[in-house]
Ligand binder design. Structure first.
Ligand code: F6P
Length: 373
C-alpha cells in the first residue's frame, strides 16, 4: 500500500484549485497507489478533522470547475478563532495529521498559506505546497495559478468599459484586485489599453493622472480608462505606510510592534476608498464625467482558463512526484515549462511585487500609458 496524503486549500479561492487537486489526486492514486483525503475549509477543517474522502468519482468532472471542492478559509493554524477566543491550534493539527496516519500534507494557497505551511513543517510535519492566487504575488514561482484567468476577466472588463467610456465621453475608473502587488492591474491595463494604470508599487499623484487625461482631451480623445489596483496609493500615503512599516520592523517591544501594526491597519482603512476619491477628484480636475467600476470577486469566479488548468495540472502532478520521492518542506514552483521545488524557508514571508525595472512597466510607458508618477 502506498503513502497516505492529505490536501487542503487555504486563503482566497482561485481558478485552477480543482484542477490542481485533480492533478495531485489522479497522479497520487492511479500512478503511485497513494491514498488521498481532503480537509474542508482550509486549516480549520484540519483542526476540526473534517475529512473529505476521495472516491474514484470525486476527481472526475472538476477540472473545469471554479472555486474549490474542498472549501477554503483564511484561518491561520496559530491564530484561529475557536469558541470566541483566538487560539493557537497547531497542536490539534499535529494530532489530526497523526490520527489520519498521514505521510504528507499538501497545502494549496497564496503567500499567507506558505507562512502557515512553514510553521507546520517546523512542527515536524511533511508539508508540500502549491502556489495559487489571482494576485500572482507568491515569491519564488514564475507565476501562480488563478492569475491568467483573472487577467482575462479584468481585460475583458476593460474592453467592455471602453464602449461606454467612449460613447459618453467619460472617465471610467476600474478597480482591479491586488492590495500589495499590481500584476493584475498592470497586465490587464496593458492588454486592455488603459490610459492610466495605478499600482501599489508606484505611488501616484492625482495631478499627474489628471494631466494625462487632459493631454488626451487636447489630442481629441475625450474619454479615458483608469485601471487602478486596490492597493494603489498616493505618494504621501505610500510614505506614511513606509514609515509605519519601518516602525513595525524596528520595534523593540511587543507593545511598540502592536502600536505600529494598529497604525498600519488604520492607514489601510483610510485608503480603502481611494478609488472613489480618485474618481471624484478627476471629475473636478478635468471637467469630464467619471464613473467607478469595482470588479471585485468577479475576478476570482468561474471557469479557469486553459493556461491555468494546464499550470495547475502540471504543478499538481509534479507535487505527487515529489511526495513519492519523500521531498518535503518545499513549494512546487512554476519554472519555465517545468517546475522546481523551492524550500518553504525561502518563500515564506516574502512577496513577489513588480520590480521597478520589470519589462511590463517599460512596455506600458512606451505605448503612452501614464503610471501616475
Ligand atoms: O486572494 C487574493 C485576493 O483576491 C486579493 O486580490 C484581494 O485583495 C483579496 O483576496 C480579497 O479577499 P477576500 O475575498 O477575503 O475579501
Amino acid at each position: 500500500m502506498g503513502k497516505h496524503i492529505g490536501i487542503l486549500t487555504a486563503g482566497g479561492d482561485s481558478p485552477g484549485l480543482n484542477a490542481a487537486i485533480r492533478g495531485v489526486g489522479k497522479t497520487a492514486q492511479s500512478y503511485y497507489d497513494m491514498q488521498m483525503i481532503g480537509f474542508r475549509d482550509g486549516f480549520r477543517g484540519l483542526v476540526e478533522n473534517r475529512v473529505m474522502r476521495f472516491g474514484p468519482e470525486t476527481l472526475s468532472g472538476i477540472l473545469t470547475v471554479g472555486g474549490t471542492i474542498l472549501g477554503t478559509s483564511r484561518d491561520k493554524p496559530h491564530k484561529m478563532l475557536v469558541g470566541g477566543k483566538v487560539q493557537d491550534m497547531t497542536d490539534a493539527i499535529v494530532e489530526n495529521y497523526k490520527a489520519n496516519h498521514l505521510d504528507a500534507l499538501i497545502c494549496l494557497g497564496g503567500g499567507g498559506t506558505q507562512k502557515n505551511a512553514l510553521r507546520l513543517m517546523e512542527k515536524g510535519l511533511n508539508i508540500i505546497t502549491l502556489p495559487k492566487t489571482i494576485d500572482n504575488d507568491v515569491y519564488g514561482t514564475d507565476v501562480t495559478f488563478g492569475f491568467d484567468t483573472a487577467l482575462g476577466i479584468a481585460t475583458d472588463a476593460i474592453d467592455r468599459l471602453h464602449s461606454t467610456a467612449h460613447s459618453h465621453h467619460r472617465i471610467i475608473v476600474v478597480e482591479i484586485m491586488g492590495h500589495r502587488a499590481g500584476w493584475l492591474a498592470l497586465g490587464a491595463g496593458i492588454a486592455g489599453g488603459a490610459d492610466v494604470i495605478l499600482i501599489p508599487e508606484i505611488a501616484y499623484d492625482v495631478e499627474s493622472v489628471a494631466d494625462a487625461i487632459r493631454k488626451r482631451v487636447r489630442s481629441g480623445k475625450n474619454f479615458s480608462i483608469v485601471a487602478v489596483a486596490e492597493g494603489a496609493m498616493l505618494k504621501e500615503q505610500a510614505e506614511a505606510v513606509q514609515k509605519a512599516e519601518a516602525r513595525k520592523e524596528t520595534a523593540e517591544s511587543k507593545a511598540e510592534k502592536k502600536k505600529a501594526k494598529e497604525k498600519l491597519a488604520e492607514l489601510h482603512i483610510q485608503y480603502a476608498d481611494n478609488t472613489l476619491r480618485l474618481s471624484r477628484q478627476l471629475e473636478e480636475l478635468t471637467g469630464l464625467e467619471s464613473r467607478v467600476t469595482i470588479l471585485g470577486h468577479l475576478q476570482r469566479g468561474g471557469t479557469p482558463s486553459a493556461a491555468d488548468r494546464l499550470l495547475a495540472t502540471r504543478l499538481g502532478t509534479a507535487c505527487a512526484d515529489l511526495i513519492n520521492e519523500d521531498h518535503y518542506g518545499v513549494m512546487v514552483a512554476a519554472r519555465g515549462e517545468g517546475s522546481e521545488p523551492v524550500p518553504l524557508e525561502e518563500v515564506a514571508g516574502k512577496k513577489n511585487l513588480i520590480p521597478p525595472d520589470h519589462p511590463w512597466i517599460e512596455t506600458a510607458r512606451r505605448v503612452g500609458t501614464s503610471l501616475g508618477d
